[in-house]
Write a protein that binds this ligand. Structure first.
Ligand code: ATP
Ligand code: MG
Length: 259
């Protein structure tokens, strides 16, 4: 069976995309699901968060330009079943460079075909940069499912409807007609604030089928782990964040029949 591709996106910065991409990937891998995490953000936070250095020619930059195969960019991580295609600073230039080429929305899709077909992975997780620029748009065009990381904060719903509109447009224009909203993951939930609960209730009301049951709590341990180059499961496996991401992976593997 070919891999299912998940894009973790939200045009808003700092909402928990990378934290989710890393820890969902790690949790899936722990369940025995062969997982590939692809860092599409020139900031490279998913790469450094796994304790891996950004290296020249290590990212999808070359393959996106039709040079090298994406298969050559896959590296192992210290965790079993978890591979990575790292980021590098050059990726930033892609935003401008792709705009000048034909089929610029479908570059990533064709780049990922050999990986998808190789049968080496069951799940491919794409960590997107903030903003709906060409990298994020390419990721939505390559994905089977969009997972929106949504911070429990003011104006979360407005941001959510923007990205859902983009998905509708891509489907209607038949650019990626099979793209589905995989789900909405509420992040950085703070039980002590009324706002967190309000936002959660609102999303539950509007998207009862799409919102994941698992809610990611605000947790200092989750924010500390990347500075040690560790997933939450290596850093503090009994913390509330680790348990939440483990539950999330369980939900994802069930919803998308990954096992
Ligand atoms: P960007 O848009 O810049 O790529 P992002 O959406 O990928 O950001 P993250 O990098 O995952 O967001 O998170 C932003 C910050 O919040 C980071 O410092 C991260 O460690 C912290 N953070 C993420 N999730 C949580 C959480 N559940 N509890 C506490 N801190 C968190
Ligand atoms: Mg990020």
């Amino acid at each position: 069976m070919s891999a299912k591709i998940f894009s973790i996106a939200n045009q808003k910065g700092g909402v928990g995309k990378t934290t989710t991409a890393i820890n969902l990937s790690a949790a899936l891998a722990l369940k025995g699901i062969k997982t590939l995490l692809i860092d599409l953000d020139p900031q490279g936070n998913a790469t450094s968060g796994l304790g891996i250095e950004k290296t020249k020619n290590g990212s999808l930059y070359g393959p996106l330009h039709g040079k090298d195969s994406s298969l050559e960019k896959i590296i192992n991580t210290k965790q079993k079943n978890l591979s990575l295609i790292p980021s590098e600073v050059d990726l930033a230039a892609i935003e401008v460079e792709l705009a000048q080429s034909k089929n610029y929305l479908l570059k990533l899709q064709s780049c990922l075909l050999p990986i998808k077909k190789s049968g080496s992975f069951q799940a491919i997780i794409l960590d997107c940069p903030p903003a709906l620029g060409l990298i994020s748009m390419n990721s939505l065009c390559a994905a089977d499912y969009l997972i929106v990381a949504l911070q429990c904060e003011y104006l979360a719903m407005e941001g959510l409807s923007q990205i859902l509109n983009v998905v509708d447009q891509l489907k209607q224009a038949k650019i990626n007609p099979t793209l589905q909203i995989g789900g909405i993951l509420m992040t950085m939930f703070d039980i002590r604030t009324r706002l967190s609960t309000q936002v959660l209730n609102e999303v539950q009301q509007h998207f009862p089928e799409k919102i994941f049951k698992t809610i990611i709590p605000r947790s200092i341990r989750l924010s500390e782990a990347p500075s040690f180059g560790k997933t939450i499961f290596d850093y503090d496996p009994t913390s509330s964040g680790a348990i939440a991401y483990q539950n999330f992976a369980k939900e994802v593997s069930k919803r998308f029949t990954l096992l």
